[in-house]
Design a protein. Structure first.
Length: 278
């Protein structure tokens, strides 16, 4: 019993240390968002005081110079549409792969799995060239690009969960008069809810915070939040408004934290359901 208590204490301490590793950078960003840029680089770990406190000026200046609200709406549109396409598209694909047994579908499944280990940097130049050729270099086209890059992990997780769904449920729906699409949307998709929500959360966090893909595809004409912040806060001759940068980072982090906090209970449940059977 004593050994178990010691082990639990050590585990608790390790988890607290791990939490601190992830939380301290966020706290530093929050603290520095209220400090003057002059003092951020010199004393980034100090709390604001009467000399360094800059009030809400960093937030006001950041909002006026970065075009934050337009970039925010653009990021919301891209994230929401991309996540919907990924969840629905990959769920249907995974369902087809699992239910229709063939060599083609088996090979297709392993292609999706293989795509998970291909580095983005390996294909980004070719991808950018193709995207420009087919006129996907806009907020609508980039959602299809995200669908392609997000399909691998999503199909893998959803396929694992679909394998655990008894085929008899779908057969009963067919007997009741459902066609394949009705059977999927009315029977299979509701059962997939835990894993589908997990897929949505993971992809939403990735797409919302992504910098490189929007920068390559959209350039500076249709900026998302990460691109807008980086460009607006970078002044002439390499000068950077660190105060405005920190303030805009705080505003950019808040929506995804709220989204994650409201849905995080589904993550472990969905990952376990989709991975154990897969």
């Amino acid at each position: 019993m004593q050994k178990r208590s010691v082990a639990n204490l050590v585990l608790f301490a390790a988890l607290c240390l791990l939490a601190a590793v992830f939380l301290i950078p966020l706290v530093i960003v929050l603290i520095n968002s209220f400090k003057s840029s002059l003092y951020i680089s010199g004393a980034p770990f100090e709390l604001p005081n009467a000399e360094t406190f800059n009030g809400l000026n960093n937030y006001i200046n950041g909002l006026t110079t970065s075009g934050f609200f337009a970039a925010f709406l653009r990021s919301v549109f891209i994230t929401v549409v991309s996540v919907i396409l990924i969840v629905v598209g990959t769920a249907m694909t995974a369902w087809y792969i699992v239910r229709v047994k063939s060599r083609f579908n088996k090979a297709l499944y392993y292609i999706f799995v293989f795509s998970m280990i291909v580095p983005f940097q390996m294909v980004m130049y070719t991808m950018t060239y193709i995207v420009n050729k087919v006129n996907f270099d806009n907020v609508f086209g980039i959602t299809l690009v995200y669908l392609g890059f997000g399909a691998g992990l999503s199909v893998f997780m959803l396929s694992g969960f679909i394998k655990s769904i008894p085929l008899e449920i779908e057969e009963a729906a067919t007997i009741d008069g459902c066609n394949p699409l009705q059977s999927f949307f009315m029977v299979v998709l509701p059962i997939l809810k835990p894993t589908a929500i997990t897929v949505a959360i993971l992809n939403a966090m990735w797409i919302w915070n992504d910098y490189l893909l929007p920068y390559l595809v959209l350039g500076t004409d249709e900026k998302t939040i990460p691109v807008a912040i980086q460009i607006a806060m970078q002044g002439a001759y390499g000068a950077t408004d660190y105060g405005g940068l920190m303030a805009m980072l705080v505003l950019a982090i808040i929506p995804i934290i709220i989204f994650y906090a409201s849905c995080q209970k589904y993550i472990i449940k969905g990952v376990v359901a989709g991975a154990v059977k897969g």
